[in-house]
Design a protein around this ligand. Structure first.
Ligand code: AMP
Ligand code: GLY
Length: 430
């Protein structure tokens, strides 16, 4: 069978790498792919991003199954487009993807269905937003409504920062948010304390199966300092998600979300990613929903997944009222997987492109360098985006995984390379 992965980041490289190992898969295509998928002679990049053009290409090529990586194509209706032509595709429909593409939609949804989340208000008028933060005080969180590649959130420690963020988002749009209908809006919400985890499940329209747990590192600098990014590294499993937290997350957040969507007339299919904040008592609250896998969480998750991903996705996309995920159980490597993101000079605000990358090691069974913002021209691989590579390894414990990942990282070079030295720190026992 021929399989198509839509997207061009590290997450999609990891999906393509994994699908390429599956028994029934004859060829994996990646649209548009990146320098890493170009380097791999088992994968083929397809330079198409337009949803309709991609569907036409997939039909002509005889693609049996498509899986969508990023939120952009989901929000643009790629799943609706493929399905309306009878093609198997795993992902959220355009309507379902609003859970991610609009913070205002998802917060109102959570409120309506009593799903635990931070208290909030939504604003279009800067004066009202400024007055609200004055009333609530700091710390407080200001979020742009619209897709912003993980950069539309400001956790303001002071009122001055909150006021500045409101002006950024409602007046200047300095963060480059793609606005939803009705223009610029912000959600202002209560600051939640605790530890974060990424809780990702697959849903086939009815059945829900959780993936292994993971934890991302959103801030640019060691110790969770500096600006928010799309993610600087991740590992799996995340010990903060104990059996009890896991059960609560399923019971209090995931299942009510899938049911709530159904009640609202939207059948949920695809990956669903709840960003959790887990407080000191082990109560999880939802920071955000994503209608897709996490990046970089997918890179460690794919290293740990032992099940045949094609068969899982095939079951999930079984035609009919819903899929057959109830017949699937996922098998995970017991080791820890840990991925360190190597980012470009200037990331996240002004990432530089075009720096040549040298020293890329050969992948092994327990160390793979997934590419994200890279491009290959002739025999040169260079940076072409903010998050460039994700060095991902398997090891028996977090400390060993860290040592191993940083050892592999040491050989890789490009001008301006930035990375965190402490990925996995919350899981390292003193
Ligand atoms: P989001 O895109 O909504 O997940 O926000 C990005 C990051 O901002 C999260 O991963 C958290 O680190 C932080 N964040 C978002 N909302 C809150 C909140 N209510 N309280 C504390 N931190 C938050
Ligand atoms: N790693 C965070 C995300 O994918 O949204």
């Amino acid at each position: 069978m021929k399989v198509l992965v839509i997207g061009g980041g590290g997450r999609e490289h990891a999906l393509a790498w994994k699908l390429n190992t599956c028994a029934r898969v004859s060829q994996v295509y990646v649209a548009p792919g990146n320098g890493g998928t170009a380097l791999d002679d088992q994968l083929i990049n397809i330079p198409i991003t337009d949803v309709q053009a991609l569907r036409k290409w997939a039909q002509t090529e005889g693609i049996s199954l498509t899986v969508v990586g990023p939120e952009g194509p989901l929000a643009a209706g790629v799943v609706d487009e493929f399905r309306s032509h009878g093609m198997r595709i795993f992902g959220a429909t355009k309507a379902a993807a609003q859970l991610e593409s609009s913070k205002a939609f998802s917060k109102a949804f959570m409120q309506r269905h009593a799903i635990p989340t931070a208290e909030f208000e939504t604003f279009t008028d800067p004066a009202a937003a400024h007055a609200y933060v004055e009333q609530k005080g700091a710390p407080i969180v200001v979020k742009a409504d619209g897709l912003a590649a993980g950069k539309g959130v400001v956790v303001a420690q002071t009122l001055a920062e909150a006021h500045e963020a409101i002006d950024f988002m409602l007046l200047a749009n300095t963060l480059g948010v793609s606005h939803n209908e009705g223009g610029a809006r912000v959600v202002i919400e209560e600051f939640l304390a605790g530890e974060e985890a990424s809780f990702i499940v697959m849903c086939d329209g009815k059945n829900v199966i959780p993936l292994a747990t993971s934890q991302d590192h959103k801030r640019l600098l060691d110790g969770d300092n500096g600006p928010n990014t799309g993610g600087m590294g991740a590992y799996s499993p995340a010990p903060v998600v104990t059996a009890d937290v896991h059960a609560r997350a399923m019971r209090e957040i995931i299942l009510p979300t899938i049911k709530g969507m159904e009640k609202d007339g939207i059948t949920y299919t695809g990956f669903l990613y709840a960003g959790l904040m887990i407080d000191a008592k082990g109560k999880p609250k939802t920071l955000e929903f994503n209608c897709r896998l996490g990046d970089p969480e997918t890179q460690p998750l794919m290293m740990r997944l032992k099940s045949d991903l094609f068969e899982v996705l095939w079951a999930a996309t079984e035609p009919g009222a819903h899929g057959k995920l109830d017949q699937i159980s996922l098998d995970w490597d017991r080791r820890i997987a840990l991925g360190v993101v190597l980012a470009a000079h200037g990331y996240p605000m002004t990432p530089r492109k075009g720096d040549a990358i040298t020293g890329l090691p050969k992948n092994t069974d327990d160390a793979v360098v997934f590419h994200a913002g890279t491009a290959k021209q002739d025999d040169v691989v260079s940076t072409s985006g903010g998050r460039v590579l994700c060095v991902t390894v398997l090891a028996d414990n977090v400390k060993l995984a860290q040592q191993y990942a940083y050892e592999v990282t040491r050989g890789i070079q490009f001008d301006g390379m930035q990375y965190r030295r402490d990925i996995g720190f919350r899981a390292v026992k003193a």
